[in-house]
Design a protein. Structure first.
Lengths: 213, 179
């Protein structure tokens, strides 16, 4: 095709781009994916029966503060990497703050628990399934992000895949809190983080293949 | 792509607002910039370059949502153009990062050039020295017959005859070596 004709064809029927269109599209992908995960939780796992009561206690909010702060950072990084000129990601080190924070709470908890109960506290009742569920529930969210990325222009595909996976994992963990009744910080720090990390790794693995344009 | 940053950006912003004429103007203005960008980086492949230019224009159009009007347009364009170039290399069967890629490209170019030079040296060594010298001057360095005559202090007709005989001899050598 002749280049001049190409330009004419491209400029024809030009649709205006709304302000913050990139952010809107990312949010839409996230929300749609999260709704799917929420539906899966409702159908397959069930919400914790004491959710309302739990939401008035500190433990629930400790868990949410952890997962939501990870999710917020990861989402911001993903939105940044959706642009071709993504700039520096050095600020992502702030992810260390929630991790370190939860680590301190964990140590504090352990210090107030007799060593004989440490293992029980660490493994809880659901350590075998927690990470896998967080990981599995991240898949619909990751799919939502992939959909959003079809109109994006990432140039660092592995990094973009990794942060998209991290975003999906952290939001999935946030939703999983609605089901999971575990209360110890060390449990969340270990098993939630493991599931989130798996999601990020899968994203990094698939990024170069799935995010090409 | 530094030139006209403000002009390009205003077209881009108007295009984002739905102004088709401004959008077309932007794409047309990008043509020479993109051609220059790719020519500086991958010489001697005009059809590949034109394909890349078109692909980049399409990307600029389809991915215009990712441009943030408060940031420089040139950086955004550069990133897209670079990505498209690396992607075209990758489709060519290579799989490595951009930096290694750049190294590989230039290394390859130099290797080819060196190979070609060695071949020429080897061939020229097989014909009489005077013929080799005038061929070097006229065919490789690009001197005219008159200039070559002056440099080697021989007559112009001598240059012509020597070049002619030398090339004929070289052609036979090459033919023989390919049998």
């Amino acid at each position: 095709m002749n280049t001049d004709e190409l330009i004419k064809a491209l400029a024809q029927d030009l649709k205006p781009v709304r302000r913050h269109a990139l952010g809107r599209r990312m949010c839409l992908g996230l929300v749609l994916g999260s709704l799917a995960s929420l539906f899966l939780i409702g159908r397959m796992l069930g919400f914790r029966p004491d959710l309302w009561i739990a939401m008035q206690g500190a433990t629930f909010w400790m868990k949410w503060t952890y997962t939501i702060s990870l999710a917020a950072c990861a989402t911001a990084a993903t939105a940044k990497l959706a642009r071709p000129d993504s700039g520096s990601l050095a600020w992502l080190w702030i992810l260390a703050i929630p991790v370190a924070g939860l680590g301190i709470i964990s140590i504090n908890e352990l210090a107030h628990t007799p060593p004989g109960d440490w293992l029980k506290m660490w493994l809880g009742a659901s350590w075998r399934v927690c990470s896998s569920l967080v990981f599995l529930l991240s898949v619909p969210i990751f799919a939502g992000l992939l959909w959003a990325f079809r109109r994006m222009a990432p140039t660092r595909l592995r990094a973009a895949g990794a942060t998209a996976g991290l975003t999906a994992g952290a939001w999935s963990a946030t939703l999983y809190c609605l089901h999971c009744p575990e209360v110890s910080a060390i449990f969340v720090l270990t098993w939630y983080s493991l599931g989130i990390a798996f999601a990020a790794m899968l994203g990094a693995l698939l990024g170069p293949r799935l995010l090409r344009w | 792509m530094q030139a006209n940053e403000d002009q390009l950006r205003s077209w881009m912003v108007r295009g984002l607002g739905g102004d088709a004429a401004a959008h077309a103007q932007l794409l047309r203005a990008l043509l020479p910039l993109l051609r220059g960008f790719y020519r500086r980086r991958m010489t001697g492949q005009e059809d590949v370059i034109e394909d890349l230019v078109q692909e980049t224009l399409i990307a600029v159009h389809e991915k215009r949502m990712t441009y943030d009007p408060v940031r420089p347009l040139s950086a955004w364009l550069h990133a897209i153009a670079r990505y498209k170039m690396v992607d075209s290399f990758r489709r060519g069967g290579r799989t490595c990062g951009f930096d290694e890629m750049e190294g590989a490209i230039f290394a390859d170019d130099r290797a080819d050039e060196n190979d070609a030079r060695t071949d020429i040296d080897r061939l020229l060594a097989t014909i009489p020295e005077k013929q080799a010298r005038v061929i070097r001057s006229t065919r490789i360095e690009g001197l005219s017959t008159a200039e070559a005559a002056i440099r080697h202090s021989i007559g112009e007709s001598d240059v012509k005859v020597s070049v002619h005989r030398g090339l004929k001899a070289l052609a036979t050598r090459v033919k023989d070596s390919m049998k």
